[in-house]
Design a protein around this ligand. Sequence first.
Ligand code: CU
Length: 129
Amino acid sequence: MTRRDIISIAKSLLRIAIIANFALPLPVFAHAIMVKAQPVVDSTIAESPKQVDVWFNDKVGSEYKALAVINSAGKRVDNKNIEQETFDQSHLYITVPDLPPDTYTVRYRVVSIDTHIVTGKFKFTIKKP
Ligand SMILES: [Cu+2]
């Protein structure tokens, strides 16, 4: 086999792989799942965090991303300045002001690589001193 043959075969295999990928009705990969958060999911902490971070198992779309921190009265308390890390697009974060003791709900919405919209929420608590 010549070098050209090998390249040609490799290209064919790649093409088949790409077609097979799109043909799958439910791709099981590239569907974003939140894998880590800071503050940790359901944790109780002593002081207000400076920001809330969430990480997904894969990079997520830069458009339509949303992250909100809501207090127990249902009021949004974050600074509405969601950011996505440039060199790790699976990481989103938003800053918060100095938060008083309370249980907070973090809500997120992202678009997966597979175009599925993923939403979720978790809580963390800042305990009274
Ligand atoms: Cu998906």
